[in-house]
Write a protein that binds this ligand. Structure first.
Ligand code: PA5
Length: 467
C-alpha cells in the first residue's frame, strides 16, 4: 500500500548543527507532548474534533454527492465555486493535484465528460468580470460555499451571479444553476437556499472552514471534476489509523508538530512549504491557511498573551530555487523548510541527446525531466544541509486521491497537535473575524454601529507620511 513518508534527519542537530534540534530537546518535550497526545484524544472523544471523523462519514452523504454529480454534470459546461479561504483553498488544491494541469483547455471527452472548473475566490472586479468573458453563465453550475453563510466576498459574488442568471434565464430555471454548501441551520445562505429552492449540501456544524476539505465543501467540487472522493477519504482514513499511534516519537503527524514547535521555540517563525511537483503547488496555499490561521494566536488557552505562530511561505521546486533558495541558505536562521517530493510522476519525459559536443548541455542528453527535478530536490536538500538549515522531506509515492487524502489529513493532525503543544485554540480565527467585522462596520451594516464608532476613533493618517 502507498504510504506517505517523513524524513526528518535534517531537522536534527547532528546533521545541521546548532540550528537543529537535539535528541535532548525531544526528550525534554516528553511531558508536554504526552499531555498534547491525551488532549487530542480527549477532544476527539468529547466531539470537539469532528473533522477527525470525516474519513468515515456516512455512505448516504457520499451517495448523495455522487448521485447529484451524475444528474447534473452533463447539463453544464462549467462548474464554478464561489467561496473563499477554507471554502476555496481545499477545492483548488485537490483539483489541481489530481486533474490535468490544463484541465479546462482539454476537450470535454478528455476531461472524462466533466465540466470545466473555476473558482471565483476573490472580490477583485477585474477577475470576476474576466471570468464572464470565458464562461456563459447560463451554461454553468455555481456552487456557493460558505459555512457561515454570511461572508461578504462569497455572498457578493453570489448576488452578482444570481442577478445575471435571473436576467438571462426564465425564473424557474435559475435554481438549476445554483447549488449551496453551508451550515444546516445557521446563516443567510441556508435561509436563501431554502426559500429559493436551491439544492443544498451541508457543512457539519463542528467542522471549521480550514478543516472542511473532506466535507461536501471539497467533496462536491472534487466529484464534479471526476475525482475519486472515496479514495480521497480512504487515504485520510489510512492517515487517521497511523495518527492513532500513541507514541508521539513514532507518530509522523505528531512528530511534525513537535519538530516545528521546538523550532519555533528557537525563533524559527517561518514555515516554508516547497512542493517539487506542480500538481502540489496549491497544497502549499491550502497549508498556508491551515498553519497560519490555526497557529497564529495572540492568547493561549489561559488568556495569556503569547503571540505565537509560524508565517507560512509558499515555494515551488524547482522554480523557486531560482528565486528564494538563496535566502533560505544564506539569510536569517528563522525558517523550517519542508520539501514535498514525489517518487513517481504521472508521466516521464526524456531529454533528447542533443549538443553532445557541448559538455555543459550534453550531460542532460538521455536524462529524464523526472530525474532532473528529483535530483534538483536532493541538491536543494544538500544546499540546506550544508548551510545548516533545518529541513524535512515528505514524500508521496505518487500523487493520486489516496495519497492526497493521507497528505491533507496528515497536515490537519499535525496542525492540531502543534496547537496543543502551544496550548492555544487552533480552531478559532479571531483575527479574521476582526477584519470581517471592520468591513461590515465601514459599510454601515446594522448591528456594527459600535465597531464603526471604534473605527472612527482610529488615529488619522498624517500627510507627511504620504508621498
Ligand atoms: O478557516 C476559516 O474558518 C476561514 O478561513 C473561512 O473558511 C473563510 O473565512 C470563509 O468562511 P465561510 O466558509 O464561512 O464563508
Amino acid at each position: 500500500m502507498d504510504r506517505l513518508k517523513m524524513d526528518y534527519n535534517h531537522m536534527m542537530m547532528e546533521f545541521v548543527g546548532k540550528a537543529g534540534i537535539s535528541t535532548t530537546d525531544l526528550d525534554a518535550l516528553a511531558f508536554q507532548a504526552e499531555r498534547a497526545v491525551r488532549a487530542m484524544e480527549e477532544k476527539r472523544q468529547a466531539g470537539q474534533m469532528d473533522w477527525r471523523d470525516l474519513p468515515y462519514q456516512s455512505e448516504e452523504i457520499l451517495k448523495d454527492i455522487l448521485q447529484y454529480v451524475s444528474e447534473v454534470k452533463d447539463q453544464v459546461e462549467a462548474f464554478v465555486v464561489l467561496g473563499i479561504g477554507g471554502s476555496a483553498l481545499g477545492p483548488i488544491a485537490v483539483q489541481q493535484a489530481i486533474n490535468h494541469p490544463f484541465y479546462n483547455e482539454l476537450p470535454r471527452e478528455k476531461r472524462g465528460g466533466y465540466p470545466r472548473f473555476y473558482v471565483a475566490d476573490n472580490v477583485d472586479p477585474e477577475r470576476l468580470s474576466a471570468l464572464f468573458d470565458v464562461i456563459d453563465v447560463t451554461k454553468c453550475l455555481f456552487n456557493c460555499i460558505s459555512k457561515s453563510g454570511s461572508t461578504s466576498e462569497t455572498m457578493s459574488q453570489f448576488m452578482i451571479i444570481k442577478e445575471m442568471l435571473e436576467e438571462r434565464l426564465p425564473k424557474e430555471e435559475v435554481k438549476n444553476h445554483i447549488v449551496c454548501t453551508t451550515d444546516a441551520e445557521k446563516g443567510n445562505l441556508v435561509k436563501i437556499a431554502k426559500e429559493e429552492g436551491y439544492r443544498m449540501f451541508v457543512v457539519p456544524a463542528g467542522v471549521g472552514g480550514r478543516f472542511s476539505e473532506l466535507t461536501p465543501v471539497g467533496l462536491l467540487p472534487a466529484a464534479m471534476c471526476g475525482i475519486d472522493i472515496r479514495a480521497l477519504l480512504a487515504g485520510a482514513a489510512e492517515m487517521d489509523r497511523r495518527s492513532k499511534e500513541p507514541n508521539w516519537r513514532k507518530n509522523l503527524a505528531f512528530l511534525y508538530g513537535a519538530l516545528h514547535y521546538l523550532a519555533m521555540r528557537q525563533g524559527k517563525n517561518i514555515s516554508v512549504m516547497m512542493p517539487y511537483a506542480d500538481s502540489l503547488k496549491y497544497i502549499a496555499d491550502w497549508y498556508a491557511q491551515l498553519w497560519a490561521e490555526s497557529l497564529g494566536k495572540r492568547y493561549d488557552n489561559e488568556g495569556h498573551e503569547v503571540f505565537v505562530g509560524q508565517t507560512p511561505v509558499k515555494a515551488l521546486g524547482v522554480t523557486d530555487q531560482h528565486s528564494q533558495v538563496q535566502l533560505y541558505t544564506e539569510g536569517p536562521f528563522d525558517k523550517v523548510v519542508v520539501l514535498l517530493g514525489v517518487e513517481e510522476y504521472k508521466t516521464t519525459l526524456t531529454i533528447p541527446k542533443l549538443y553532445q559536443d557541448i559538455p555543459s548541455l550534453g550531460f542532460l542528453g538521455g536524462v529524464t525531466q523526472n530525474q532532473l527535478i528529483q535530483t534538483e530536490q536532493m541538491a536543494t536538500e544538500y544546499a540546506l544541509l550544508k548551510s545548516g538549515r533545518p529541513n524535512l522531506t515528505i514524500t508521496l509515492p505518487r500523487v493520486n486521491e489516496f495519497m492526497l487524502g493521507q497528505l491533507l489529513y496528515f497536515f490537519e493532525v499535525a496542525t492540531a497537535f502543534t496547537g496543543e503543544l502551544l496550548q492555544i485554540n487552533a480552531f478559532d480565527q479571531p483575527g479574521v473575524e476582526e477584519g470581517k467585522n471592520a468591513t461590515y462596520a465601514m459599510f454601515g451594516r446594522p448591528g456594527y454601529e459600535e465597531k464603526k464608532r471604534e473605527l472612527e476613533m482610529r488615529p488619522a493618517k498624517k500627510d507627511c507620511y504620504i508621498l
